[in-house]
Design a protein around this ligand. Structure first.
Ligand code: GLA
Length: 480
């Protein structure tokens, strides 16, 4: 095992591409975390706890209620599924909540035309304190996932500490008794302070990479770490896992959370490296069930679009996190807005809601065929915010195949439906081309759009109007 790990580390040091050919368009599916979190109390809450039953019921809904046929094919497990490691170090699911094992769930998903995603964390523990994948376990865990016929791996970045940290772990791999201390932590070549109860509570790490760059970061359980100072090169575990997944021979889409733990921006995050080793990556904070959370994520993506927009494309996507639609925190307008904005950003569409009880109104938003066609556009170009009007209207534009565009008019106003007067010229179009637009939500057609002609759209507070805009005459789109 050791020589294989060394070989993988060496491989990972070379330029390495994740040659799995997957996710040429953003992934779509269902992911447990935002809605179901780490609810493991199956005695008190059997219908909603993280268990085989929950995933099987969601699989049934995906297959039977039209989701799968529209492209929502991933059924993704998140944290809190792990029971421990067996005597040979292999991961095992919680035996009570996943009595038939993960391979059984994967078979079940496949039998319904779905794909199964799983979650692990590069480090001693997952964000919720379950056994993580330490560097010496990367190869073994990749092989386990492949053996189980898993189709996607989300590799989180909490407690990215080295193998030594696991020494205090109990036999099952779960954290041991409360302790606190300074620890040497190769390969990070730093010191870490740990306080542990049932799960690691927090760590303060001094990191050095290649003897040059260093960082100080604070990391708390279930939260992204904050880099307090400095920067670092990519943790070796992510390229290693990409190599290990490749080596299994099974195409497994690879979702990397590492950028979110490093502030999501260069120089700490090297997006060219990331695009070579990951199919998608979380750049920023966890989404919560609130409009303010959606806005903070949107703002960060739009403010940093010069960095983020060029790095997305077929096979490698920025991930602003799950869709909240169907849950509790968004109004109808806000739910429509999240769907439109995520689509124009070429974001993965991972629902995280209870598909057994979802309202017809939310289904309509999530199952809008034109919306999905735009999200899945084969060019895979991420859209940009092209206008921030003083009226608190913002316009986002995404170039699509066949000289078409998606346009999202987004209102940050809190008063009343706003009559936004604009023209294609204001959105960057020139020339004499004639365009037609289809309103993605109402289906209405707006014809005869030309660069200099004014039009008016009426946008509800915290809502959107979304157009699918296509040439009817000579195509002359904006220079983006
Ligand atoms: C982190 C991730 C979340 C989720 C939780 C699980 O916070 O960013 O998406 O996976 O861990 O503990």
């Amino acid at each position: 095992m050791l020589w294989k790990t060394v070989l993988l580390l060496a491989l990972a040091d070379q330029v390495l591409a994740l040659e799995n050919g997957l996710l040429r368009t953003p992934p779509m599916g269902w992911l447990a975390w935002e809605r179901f979190r780490c609810n493991i109390d199956c005695d008190a809450d059997p219908k909603n706890c993280i268990s085989e039953q929950l995933f099987m019921e969601m699989a049934d809904r995906l297959a039977e209620d039209g989701w799968r046929d529209l492209g929502y094919t991933y059924l993704n497990i998140d944290d809190c599924w792990i029971g421990g490691r067996d005597a040979n170090g292999y991961l095992v699911p919680d035996p009570k909540r996943f009595p038939n094992g993960i391979a059984f769930l994967a078979d079940y998903a496949h039998s319904l035309g779905l794909q199964l995603g799983i979650y692990e964390d590069l480090g001693n523990f997952t964000c919720m304190g379950y056994p993580g994948t330490t560097l010496d376990k990367v190869l073994q865990d990749a092989q386990t996932f492949a053996k189980w016929k898993v189709d996607m791996l989300k590799l989180d970045g909490c407690f990215s500490t080295p193998e030594e940290q696991a020494k205090g772990a109990g036999r099952s791999g779960l954290p041991g008794p409360r302790r606190m201390g300074w620890r040497r932590a190769p390969p990070w070549k730093g010191l870490q302070l740990w306080v542990q109860g049932e799960a690691p509570l927090w760590s303060l790490s001094f990191l050095t990479c290649g003897g040059k760059r260093s960082a100080l970061r604070l990391q708390a359980a279930s939260r992204a770490s904050s880099v307090l100072r400095g920067g670092c090169c990519a943790p070796p575990g992510y390229p290693m896992m990409a190599a290990a997944l490749n080596a299994t021979g099974r195409p497994i889409a690879f979702s990397c959370s590492w950028p979110a733990y490093e502030g999501g921006l260069p120089p700490k995050v090297n997006y060219s490296l990331l695009a070579d080793i990951c199919n998608l990556w979380r750049n920023y904070d966890d989404i919560q069930d609130s409009w303010s959370s959606v806005l903070s994520i949107l703002d960060w993506f739009a403010d940093n679009q010069d960095v983020l927009q060029p790095v997305a494309g077929p096979g490698h996507w920025n991930d602003p996190d799950m869709l909240l639609i169907g849950n509790f925190g968004l109004s109808f307008e806000q739910a429509r807005a999240q769907m439109a904005l995520w689509t124009v950003l070429a974001a993965p569409l991972f629902m995280s809601t209870d598909l057994r009880t979802i309202s017809a109104q939310s289904v309509d938003i999530l199952q809008n065929p034109l919306m999905i066609k735009i999200n899945q556009d084969p060019l895979g170009i991420q859209g940009r915010r092209i206008l921030k009007d003083k009226s608190s209207i913002e316009v986002f534009l995404r170039p699509l195949a066949r000289d078409a565009y998606a346009v999202v008019f987004f209102s940050r106003r809190a008063d009343m439906p706003y009559r936004f007067r604009s023209s294609l010229a204001q959105l960057g179009f020139s020339g004499s081309g004639v365009y037609e637009a289809q309103d993605v939500y109402t289906g209405g057609i707006i014809s005869g759009l030309q660069a200099e002609a004014n039009f008016t759209v009426i946008i509800n507070p915290s809502g959107v109007v979304m157009w699918y805009l296509y040439p009817t005459g000579e195509p002359e789109g904006p220079q983006l």
